[in-house]
Design a protein around this ligand. Structure first.
Ligand code: ZN
Length: 283
């Protein structure tokens, strides 16, 4: 099983280091950290999709923009075809049809944008997330975060309840249809109701893609959480349950400390984690 780290979207919010903790200029740089897994017998598996080709081509087409102007402006989203998962996968020598499965942490616009670039893939997500994203969406946050125009062409959903077997003290869903037992969905609600991490068992230990359970590298691997004000504010704005979000973030932090050698943890948007992971440096 080989894992590629792909950045499938770049956001450059005004505020610079107030978001990413390191930029010198006025704008910061956040990534959309996706994983491409080459499995032995199950084809390619993509974890999250970032922004897709249709987002690049027509992000704001009315009446149902794929990305709202409010989010585009707030995050200063850069949309480039070469950043999409499909173009990066092609550059690795594969084709769209080789991606047989997509496992989603959640359905926010910055994670689901590339789904329709892989029409043959089976899309795995928690039932609660699918319901929240496809049901009524009252209010600013729900209307802006879930953009059904990004996934209304997806036909091949596989949806799961949140209960399963124990995994390092978490509940995890292991029997994902068509996927090997080394790939698990780990429910981590709070950012959204059906938010989940994706755990992957490698020979050298587990990798947990924690999605948006945390946003900043210093929120884990250390007992006392540290987060930039920009990302603290964004997480608060986007949360559906503060209590569940903070509790699950604490559990991920505890895991990252107590099982540091057995489980490497990464999140979707931290650029430093992405650079280290892509360079093969341990997180
Ligand atoms: Zn996100």
């Amino acid at each position: 099983m080989k894992i590629h780290h792909l950045n499938c979207g770049t956001d450059c919010p005004l505020g610079g280091a107030l978001f990413d903790g390191r930029s010198i200029g006025l704008t910061g740089r956040l990534v959309c950290h996706c994983l491409l897994i080459e499995t032995d017998a199950h084809g390619l598996v993509l974890v999250d999709t970032g922004y897709g080709l249709r987002d690049v081509d027509h992000p704001h087409r009315q009446p149902n923009p794929r990305i709202t102007c409010a989010m585009r402006a707030m995050l200063n989203i850069k949309l480039r075809a070469q950043d999409t998962a499909i173009r990066q996968i092609e550059a690795l020598g594969f084709r769209a049809g080789d991606v047989r499965h997509i496992v989603l942490t959640h359905l926010d616009f910055d994670h689901a944008g590339g789904l329709e670039d892989f029409p043959q893939a089976m899309v795995h997500v928690l039932e609660k997330e699918w319901s929240a994203a496809t049901g009524p969406r009252p209010g600013f946050v729900l209307r802006n975060r879930y953009r059904p125009s990004q996934f209304d062409d997806v036909r091949n959903w596989r949806r799961y309840g949140s209960l399963g077997e124990a995994w390092f003290g978490f509940d995890a869903v292991r029997d994902l249809e068509g996927l090997p037992p080394e790939i698990l969905l780990v429910p981590l609600p709070g950012h959204t109701w059906g938010h989940a991490g994706v755990a992957i068992q490698r020979p050298e230990g587990w990798l947990l893609h924690a999605g948006d359970a945390y946003f900043y590298r210093e929120e884990v691997r250390r007992p006392k959480r540290r987060c930039t004000p920009g990302l603290r504010g964004y997480q608060t704005m986007m949360e559906v349950s503060r209590e569940q979000r903070l509790a699950n973030q604490q559990r991920v932090r505890d895991l990252s400390i107590a099982h540091r050698r057995d489980v490497r943890v990464l999140c979707a948007h931290d650029p430093v984690e992405f650079e280290r992971a892509a360079a093969g440096v341990l997180l």
